[in-house]
Design a protein around this ligand. Structure first.
Ligand code: AMP
Length: 290
């Protein structure tokens, strides 16, 4: 179990990666906020299987947290993350300081139209501007061949794919399935904010998605009716406060009223101080061929 190299500055990282690039070795980047768990490992394993060099970035990016959100309390334990990365065969952990990434005088952000204000963007107005900005910076710093993302953050996937296409980043965007606990709860660093009752209630997100899948499979095509039924499932639990229940196009994130092809069913709700998200790609039953 070889310990990955831990690098804290942009210049050291670039020096370390230059010979790899010169030798045309592929570089896989897995961007994370740290506090690594099975969701992150699934991305790392995919990158390990596909790339010569695997870089995990471990940085709690302040610009993607809004006022009153959990930036200060976000779990941080670099040594634990480095040990887990060793187990997963990661080559480099890039763990820069705040000052290294946001130098004095920092003034440039990547802003995207349309996609940012939808779904989570409605209640987290600065979030995706922070995400696109840090990801564009990481892309320029690491210059990876491929980058690895979780379907868990479906809007983030749409936003990053759009940015890569719009700004001509020659970087593959690889999306990995949602990793769940055995009872179905999507794994997230924020699950640790839940007490045991809230942990039970939080399962209603997954139940509501399954309900949508079943209803669509049985021929329901009306999004309004589906959303109403999903809300009922979540609202049955005492601690849930729904942020949104939505049925949208997975790339444009535009609302879909009538489900006649694959849609993204997405939910967000608070359980105590944890704001959790989950989603599922759902398709209507195939029409019998004539
Ligand atoms: P985060 O550290 O929360 O920013 O997550 C880093 C990456 O891991 C993102 O691409 C997430 O979508 C992905 N990720 C987080 N949780 C999961 C999960 N349960 N299943 C799959 N991917 C995940």
């Amino acid at each position: 179990m070889e310990r990955p190299i831990v690098i804290e500055t942009v210049s050291t990282l670039q020096e370390r990666l230059a010979p790899e690039r010169a030798a045309r070795r592929s570089i896989g980047l897995v961007p994370t906020l740290g506090d690594l768990h099975e969701g992150h490992f699934s991305l790392i394993r995919r990158a390990r299987a596909e790339c010569d060099v695997v870089v995990v970035s471990d940085f709690v990016n302040p610009t993607q947290f809004g006022e009153g959100e959990d930036y200060q309390h976000y779990p941080r334990d670099l040594e634990r993350d480095v040990q887990l990365c060793a187990r997963e065969g990661v080559d480099i952990v890039f763990a820069p300081s705040h000052q290294e990434i946001y130098r004095e005088g920092f003034a440039t952000y990547v802003v995207q139209e349309r996609l940012m204000e939808k779904l989570c963007g409605a209640s987290r107005p600065a979030h995706f501007r922070g995400v696109t900005t840090i990801v564009a910076k990481l892309f320029n710093i690491v210059q990876p061949t491929a980058s690895y993302w979780g379907q868990k953050d479906a809007q983030q996937v749409a936003v990053i794919k759009r940015m890569v296409a719009d700004l001509n980043f020659a970087i593959k965007v690889v999306v990995c399935p949602i990793v769940r606990e055995t009872d179905g709860l999507a794994i997230s660093s924020r699950n640790r904010y839940l007490n045991s009752d809230q942990r039970q209630d939080a399962l209603s997100l997954y139940r509501s998605l399954n309900k949508a899948r079943e209803l669509v499979a049985s021929g329901e095509t009306n999004s309004l009716r589906l959303c109403r039924q999903m809300r009922e499932v979540i609202e049955r639990t005492p601690s849930a406060k729904i942020d949104y229940v939505a049925i949208v196009h997975s790339e444009t994130l535009e609302d879909v009223d009538n489900i006649d092809r694959e849609v993204l069913v997405a939910v967000a709700a608070r359980f105590g101080r944890a704001r959790l998200i989950d989603n599922m790609l759902v398709s209507p039953p195939a029409k019998p061929r004539k």
